[in-house]
Ligand binder design. Structure first.
Ligand code: PNS
Length: 172
């Protein structure tokens, strides 16, 4: 049985993430989508909410071989999770050279930490401009995010962004 792990901050999950998860689910028997903290990023949604949004998306996409999990606690290295579930590879999407640079160095790190392989999937052209950071930035500044994320979670994400917008207005 082949097993993949698709890790990320998923703050929130976008159409680009979903495409990579779907493609991984076609290449591997089982896919674990693992929500994690990225110490370099301050999230908009807490870990539980990000996981819950992903679970809704996976359920509505009828992806039977995909499970959502999270890395929590003090010892939450991705490679430890990969070893625990006996994963064959980490799968991540890349949109551009900047992504490639980051993912390439993370793949070297993860291989050196625990000999866990990484497979990088190039993003589809329609998703090249989509990222969780851009989605939040566009939304906070009053733009439309409807084409950037799975429809099933649109209202929940838009509601949170609207809350932040109101808060920002009050602060000004
Ligand atoms: O979506 P992101 O922010 O690019 O994902 C980065 C993530 C969460 C995969 C990475 O930060 C991670 O693996 N964090 C878990 C802790 C860990 O294993 N760190 C060592 C590799 S950076």
């Amino acid at each position: 049985m082949t097993i993949a792990v698709c890790p990320g901050s998923y703050d929130p999950v976008t159409l680009g993430h979903l495409d990579v998860i779907i493609r991984a689910s076609e290449l591997f028997d089982v896919v674990y989508v693992v929500v994690s903290e990225n110490v370099e990023k301050l999230p908009m949604f807490d870990l539980q909410t990000r996981k819950m949004l992903l679970e809704e998306v996976i359920k509505s996409s009828s992806l039977k071989n995909v499970q959502v999990d999270s890395l929590t606690g003090e010892n939450s290295l991705l490679v430890d999770f990969c070893k625990q579930v006996k994963a064959n590879a980490i799968v991540k999407g890349v949109r551009d050279m900047l992504d490639f640079q980051n993912e390439f160095s993370m793949s070297l790190l993860n291989y050196n930490l625990a000999e866990v392989e990484t497979i990088l999937l190039p993003a589809k052209s329609q998703n090249l401009h989509i990222s969780s950071s851009y989605l939040k930035n566009v939304g906070i500044n009053g733009g439309s995010i409807v084409n950037m994320l799975p429809e099933i979670i649109y209202s929940r994400v838009a509601e949170e962004i609207e809350k932040r917008r109101k808060f920002e207005k009050l602060r000004k």
